[in-house]
Design a binder for this molecule. Structure first.
Ligand SMILES: *Cc1c(COP(=O)(O)O)cnc(C)c1O
Length: 435
């Protein structure tokens, strides 16, 4: 299977090549040349299969000769080793809890799958690869954990010193082993500039194999289709068919994963694009132009995106047809006040805690049902563990929430980071001599 750029101006490449490049040379995002449709017999008997069996069948067509079944199986079994519960919260409203991985957010699915594929690639090339990541918080910790102790891969994380949350800092800076954390005396833009400069520095690139792992990487997108099919399988066991999926969205990678599953034949009735006030996509879905703009800060900050990069992938999946997109996806957007109200109400009525991102998705599910029929089954994707947003939630529900032990452990670990200035020469020397 070949992967082409959404800008249609780069050479087709294999999955692992697309992964290594990250962005296509023409600035587009990689997508499969054709979407493989799995047979009806697979989709109608999902309920017989485990999460990892479903993941295997969905991933296999993308790799062809590039990865043996045995390797693919071991990547999958290694990557997805945590539970994915579906909780019925109210009536036909289900919540798919994607936050039971090591960093308590759905980004663990993409990061862990990609990390193990990079390891396979390094083994094939017989060359160690160093992944550079500039981060302002959550992505860095998911990526760092994804790669932690994975053979053949080193990770170098750069984050602005003193400008990430305590928990994020602890989750990035205490790992050690193959993960190096650099606290940069500057802002996030400085981190990003250092990484970009490293990729174009000849000397550095002759000495080491550098790669990136940013959120548009195809290897992070693909695994985000697996859990939609898994949700369908669990609902099949309850006799429920064709759910509506509600996806709290920022950069729209998660929603794109669901649409990819649907294009592969997964039975789904409809998709909801749920955002905070950064509502470029919901506005487009109502009939406006797609009009990127500066992002606004909200309490669901992982979704504060003003120019969602995966929008071009959604266009690609629907052959550029605006009407086809609008038939399949409905947009909803909510203010911080509405988000807080939903957190409060769902806790008071059902004793169920939603993180601010998930609350937006949940509210969209309810609104859709109110408009189209209360019996329609909905699945809201829960993107982060509520405890990650303790401050916001405790204010709303007026009580303290328990911090799981596995999180407490982080806060007590010893930091192993190094502080560097924001000049490139210092960073380069560090990479050559110490990383
Ligand atoms: C990244 C993130 C999102 C947004 O996901 P996209 O794929 O960028 O749309 C939503 N919620 C949480 C908690 C996240 O970390």
């Amino acid at each position: 299977m070949k992967f082409i750029s959404t800008n249609k101006n780069s050479n087709p490449v294999t999955f692992l090549e697309a992964m290594r490049k990250g962005l296509a040379p023409d600035g587009g995002l990689y997508m499969p040349e054709e979407i493989p449709v799995l047979p009806d017999s697979f989709w109608s008997s999902l309920k017989e299969l485990s999460f990892n069996e479903i993941a295997f069948e969905m991933a296999k067509p993308y790799f062809g000769e590039e990865l043996s079944d045995e390797k693919l199986n071991s990547v999958i079994n290694d990557a997805f080793n945590f539970p994915v519960p579906i909780t019925p919260v109210e009536g036909n409203n289900f919540v798919l809890e994607l936050f039971h991985g090591p960093t308590l957010a759905f980004k663990d699915f993409g990061a862990r799958f990609m990390a193990r594929l990079f390891s396979e690639q390094a083994r094939k090339d017989q060359q160690e690869v160093t992944i550079l990541v500039a981060t302002s918080g959550d992505t860095g910790s998911a990526v760092a954990h994804g790669f932690y102790k994975v053979d053949g891969v080193k990770v170098c994380l750069l984050f602005p010193k003193g400008k990430v949350s305590n928990l994020q800092e602890q989750q990035m800076a205490t790992l050690g082993e193959n993960v190096t954390a650099l606290e940069v005396e500057g802002v996030f833009d400085d981190c990003q500039r250092l990484v970009k400069q490293a990729f174009i520095d000849d000397e550095l690139n002759s000495k080491m194999q550098l790669s990136s792992a940013n959120s548009i990487n195809i290897a992070r997108l693909l695994p985000q289709s697996f859990y939609y099919a898994y949700a369908v399988s669990v609902l099949q066991k309850k006799g429920i068919e064709m759910p509506v999926f509600s996806v709290p969205s920022g950069n729209f990678g998660n929603l794109t994963g669901g649409l990819l599953a649907m294009k592969m034949g997964m039975p789904a009735k409809h998709f909801l694009a749920a955002t905070n006030v950064n509502d470029v996509v919901p506005e487009y879905l109502k009939g406006d132009q797609f009009q990127p703009r500066d992002s606004v800060q909200t309490i669901s900050n992982a979704m504060d995106v003003g120019n969602p990069s995966n929008f071009v992938r959604i266009k690609y999946l629907f052959g550029d047809s605006d009407s086809a997109i609008r038939d399949q996806i409905t947009g909803y957007s909510y203010t911080d006040e509405e988000t807080r109200e939903t957190i409060r109400e769902v806790f008071e009525k059902f004793s169920y805690l939603l993180c601010p991102h998930t609350a937006i998705g949940y509210r969209a599910s309810k609104e859709y049902q109110t408009e189209r029929g209360m019996k329609i089954p909905t699945v809201t994707l829960a993107t982060a563990h509520p405890v990650k947003f303790r401050d916001v939630i405790e204010t709303e529900i007026n009580q303290e929430i328990d911090v799981p032990d596995r999180l407490k452990v982080w806060l007590e670990k010893e930091k192993k980071s190094t502080t560097i200035g924001c000049d490139f020469e210092g960073f380069k020397e560090f990479l050559i001599n110490r990383a």
